[in-house]
Design a protein around this ligand. Structure first.
Ligand SMILES: Cc1cc2nc3c(=O)[nH]c(=O)nc-3n(C[C@H](O)[C@H](O)[C@H](O)COP(=O)(O)OP(=O)(O)OC[C@H]3O[C@@H](n4cnc5c(N)ncnc54)[C@H](O)[C@@H]3O)c2cc1C
Length: 559
């Protein structure tokens, strides 16, 4: 039975301007300072980093500097004629809420009171035809268009940089946030791009279905944003990366509307759907998505394991991959991340775990969290086979409590980032992927580059890594860096570390990005990733669909 329905979608809260969390919740907009960290964590970080905890609160939101809108009055009037006045906004609050994304550099700028990357206006089209008309109008007006989903980009995807310095508008897709159709027999759901994961899951739950894409930004990122950036979620080892879950989409471009994808499968030429996935707003705006859904798993089980070394953990994951036994969630932390996580966790459970690991001579070991979901008999069988391979690889089982604790806290890290920034720390992540044979070299190269770049005057960075997704041929590598912030030149401090680390990971055989996308931050390396001819092909497609180059010109393609 295919039934169309307009599901009442749960309220989707706005994201706070200078950090992470719902707007108005206090949290990130408040000055928490280093004292908000547990004592043990503060001591551990001070020792590891040579860090002197100090309050470095953000400026008040009212003091953030915002230049007057440059949108010409004629352009504003024409946009109002098209979208109506309430959907064309130039007020301070709207422009600030659509300024950039949520990378460390974005947050630093906003905390320092800099909103020079804010759009000149924010517009909210309501459907595909209106969006296509908007793009045509903006092409004629010479106004740059930056599609805006949840605003959680961590690679400068919303920077709005234009080589010709034209006025720019953020196109907020939140009015297109409904569940439009559910085709239960085909396991397909059609949604607007502004819908977020929690609201989609709520709508599917009533039918016993789930979508299951769970990136750490789940609370605020949108389905359109995931498609535009080829996102990966915590369960992607099992359910697949976001692009594998897209059966079709509608892309409004300045040259017309493209309907892409033909489920269940087609042999009609090259995959044009694949061109839209990961296009990061450079070709137009995704206005509708048809996604693959599945029955809600009857059971799910998360468990913890420990390895004596990172190499042993990687070898065991490789064995699981080779035998097609990778679970739905895979997360192998290196020794630095394991130690920091155990020290940051407070309570009797964490203390007992530290004791167990020490007693079994895994005190400097590597924690592995595995998550299994599906039909109970199958889950049990997969867990049993995997356990035998893991034990052969030298792992000890830590049990469900460890796995469940990870699951419970898995969306908390972005909130902690604000607290760490409040205490004078640099906190940023980077990510890549490589084959099983090159991953160890990539890991060493990135760590070396970050260490060399961020060590100065007795201060050292803490570099914590984990594998977050496993594949038959390799795995992703996710790196979190903490360092004492250089208060005089904080932006340059990270830019220089990031440049060195990116050069190193590419030279060692890693990909430029496994799931964060290219944005403005990675575009200087795009030619190295896809080659000069690859860049020309992408440019040719853009020129055909967006001849005036108004669609997010500051990302993806090198200058
Ligand atoms: C704390 C935190 C945790 C994160 N964890 C993960 C993770 O686990 N996995 C992961 O993959 N990513 C993660 N990210 C990165 C980010 O959440 C993803 O890139 C996400 O896909 C962005 O979705 P969004 O709706 O916020 O898009 P935005 O940030 O609004 O936009 C991202 C890019 O896509 C374009 N775009 C947005 N919507 C559309 C549209 N409808 N049509 C065309 N172009 C569009 C924008 O112009 C921009 O270039 C994380 C980010 C943060 C801040």
């Amino acid at each position: 039975m295919r039934h169309r329905q307009t599901v009442a979608v749960a309220e989707q809260p706005e994201l706070t301007i200078q950090g992470w969390g719902p707007a108005g919740s206090g949290g990130t907009e408040a000055d928490t300072g280093p004292d908000a960290l547990p004592k043990a964590a503060r001591r551990h970080l001070a020792k590891e980093l040579g860090w002197s905890p100090r309050p470095t609160p953000p400026v008040a939101v009212a003091d953030i500097r915002l230049a007057p809108s440059r949108l010409p009055e004629e352009a504003r009037t024409r946009l109002i004629d098209l979208l109506e006045e309430e959907n064309v906004r130039t007020d301070r609050e709207s422009r600030l809420r659509h300024a950039g994304g949520k990378s460390y550099l974005d947050l630093l700028r906003r905390r320092e009171g800099d909103a020079s990357d804010a759009p000149d206006a924010v517009v909210l089209p309501g459907a595909t035809e209106e969006t296509a008309a908007l793009l045509k109008e903006c092409s004629e007006l010479g106004v740059v268009v930056v599609p805006f989903g949840g605003g959680t980009s961590v690679v400068g995807g919303l920077a709005g940089v234009d080589p010709d310095d034209r006025p720019s508008i953020a196109v907020d897709v939140s009015r297109m946030s409904s569940v439009q159709a559910l085709d239960v027999p085909s396991s397909l759901v059609t949604v607007g791009p502004g819908l977020r994961g929690p609201a989609l899951e709520q709508a599917l739950r009533r039918q016993g279905l789930t979508f299951g894409h769970l990136p750490q930004s789940w609370e605020f990122a949108t389905l359109g944003g995931y498609a535009a950036t080829r996102s990966a979620g915590q369960n992607s080892t099992g359910v697949g990366r976001f692009e594998e879950l897209v059966a079709g989409l509608t892309l409004a471009t300045p040259s017309g509307v493209l309907q892409l994808g033909h489920p269940p499968a087609t042999a009609a030429g090259p995959d044009l759907l694949g061109l839209a996935l990961g296009s990061e707003g450079t070709l137009g705006i995704i206005t509708e998505l048809t996604l693959r859904v599945r029955p809600k798993p009857a059971t799910s089980s998360f468990e913890g394991w420990s390895f004596r070394s990172w190499a042993a953990g990687l070898a065991a994951l490789q064995q699981l991959a080779r035998h097609d036994l990778l679970p739905d969630v895979v997360r192998l932390s290196d020794a630095d991340e394991t130690r920091a996580n155990l020290l940051m966790a407070s309570g009797a459970g964490a203390r007992a775990l530290r004791g167990t690991l020490k007693a079994r001579r895994h005190g400097d070991g590597c924690l592995l969290v595995l998550g299994w979901e599906g039909v109970p008999a199958l889950v049990r069988a997969r867990m049993k086979c995997a356990a035998s391979l893991l034990r052969d690889g030298g792992a000890i089982r830590l049990g469900r409590k460890v796995g469940e604790s990870w699951r419970k806290h898995r969306f908390q890290a972005p909130y902690l980032r604000d607290t760490l920034m409040d205490g004078g720390l640099l906190v940023e992540t980077l990510e890549t992927a490589a084959t099983w044979s090159t991953l160890p070299t990539v890991y060493d190269a990135v760590r070396r580059a970050l260490r060399e770049s961020l060590t100065r005057e007795g201060r050292r960075p803490l570099i914590m890594s984990h594998v977050s997704h496993g594949y038959a041929t390799g795995a992703s590598l996710y790196v979190t860096v903490l360092a004492d912030r250089d208060d005089a030149l904080p932006i340059q401090q990270w830019l220089s570390a990031k440049r060195t680390a990116t050069d190193a990971l590419l030279a060692a055989g890693g990909t430029l990005t496994h799931h964060h996308a290219v944005g403005a931050d990675h575009r200087p390396w795009m030619e190295r990733e896809v080659g000069p001819l690859g860049v020309e092909v992408l440019r040719a497609v853009k020129e055909r669909l967006d001849p005036q180059a108004i669609c997010n010109p500051g990302v993806l393609l090198p200058e």
